[in-house]
Design a protein around this ligand. Structure first.
Ligand SMILES: C[S@@+](CC[C@H](N)C(=O)[O-])C[C@H]1O[C@@H](n2cnc3c(N)ncnc32)[C@H](O)[C@@H]1O
Length: 336
């Protein structure tokens, strides 16, 4: 993989390890005006990006180990079994991951590609700087010869960076992260992905499948899921000088069957006024009112692939676990 320009800023450099974008001001990634708009509109909501400060990123790692949170284990099982097959289908490519987190499962892909094709480079995009350092550690522990490029940024800013990478690519997004996006965000992501890739490039998506309410609701109502959700308010408190009292909200997560998704919310336990000092914004919230913090799409494979087909991505193959809980789907960008 050749990069045509040096990127925005390197906070850690060496032969193998570079993180760029770390000097991008936080305000351009965590936009206060959008937060104010989403908290002003009814029903109120907060973008799921606010799950991922340093505390939230650690909590997500803990969530992945919760007994009822089958997503992580299941996707890891699929990758353990099929990573070599995926590498065989795509042939040698540069690997680029959106929302890498700690890249623990990615090590399976790295191993397979390094074994099959002598992989030399991997780029990871994530909004959280410290998790990219952990991703680098995990990746370099399985493939010390690899060039690791971490890109601190949003999916959009990260995709703009990878446009300058040349050669065949496999772009991928694991952890059902794509399922957290609303229609307009998903539309933006898929359009940007299409324009960052060339015809013949691959796009690999790990996505959770629709299933019984009992299994879904157990996955998102364990102790770590509750804590993670409340910590969104703590994130808003430190970043924007807000005065949310975490004891005045409770976690609510339920299966919205008709919309094929789980939803996480925070419910106000009493009437209260919230001040977000750095944004000079206050609002009143009534007892019982919900702030939606995240959606988690639960898809059906054919419908999902058909939707991506509308953006020029043709399904090549998919793999599931024996219980058909989760799918890893490989797409190829069509010639236009
Ligand atoms: C659900 S976690 C998945 C992590 C990892 N891919 C996995 O499967 O375990 C989503 C990851 O995406 C990152 N993220 C969330 N919103 C983002 C955004 N808008 N732009 C870039 N990264 C984002 C988070 O920091 C987090 O690491």
């Amino acid at each position: 993989m050749t990069r045509h320009h040096p990127g925005t800023a390197a906070v850690a450099t060496g032969n193998k390890y570079e993180i760029i974008g770390a000097d991008v001001p936080d305000e351009t990634l965590f936009k206060g005006d959008l937060l104010v708009a989403s908290l002003s509109e009814l029903p109120r909501s907060v973008n799921p990006i606010y799950y991922y400060d340093d505390t939230g990123s650690l909590l997500f790692e803990r969530l992945c180990n919760e007994e009822t949170y089958y997503l992580f284990r299941t996707e890891r099982g699929i990758l353990a079994e099929y990573a070599k097959t995926i590498a065989g289908i795509t042939g040698p490519v540069s690997l680029i991951e959106l929302g890498s987190g700690n890249a623990e499962k990615t090590t399976l892909l790295i191993d397979a590609y390094a074994g099959s094709h002598g992989l030399t480079s991997y780029a990871a995009v994530d909004i959280n700087r410290s998790i990219l350092e952990r991703a680098a550690e995990n990746i370099l522990s399985v493939s010390s010869d690899l060039n690791f490029l971490g890109i601190v940024g949003t999916y959009q800013t990260g995709l703009a960076e990878i446009k300058s990478l040349v050669g065949p690519k496999l772009l991928f997004c694991l952890g059902s992260t794509i399922g957290n996006m609303h229609d307009d965000e998903l539309d933006n992501l898929l359009l940007s992905a299409r324009s960052a890739l060339a015809p013949g490039d691959y796009f690999l998506v790990g996505i959770d499948l629709d299933k019984e309410t009992k299994i879904l609701e157990a996955a998102y109502n364990n102790q770590t899921a509750i804590l993670t959700n409340l910590c969104v308010l703590e994130h808003l408190n430190w970043r924007f000088g807000a005065d949310f009292d975490l004891f005045q909200f409770r976690h609510v997560a339920f299966h919205n069957k008709s919309l094929y998704r789980m939803e996480s919310h925070l419910e106000a336990m009493q009437d209260q006024v919230i001040n977000i000092n750095k944004l000079e914004f206050s609002f009143q919230i009534k007892k019982g009112e919900l702030i939606r913090t995240e959606i988690m799409r639960k898809v059906e494979i054919n419908a999902f692939s058909e939707m991506l087909g509308g953006y020029g991505f043709r399904q090549v193959e998919y793999w599931t676990d024996p219980g058909k809980r989760y799918a890893v789907i490989l797409f190829k960008l069509r010639e236009s």
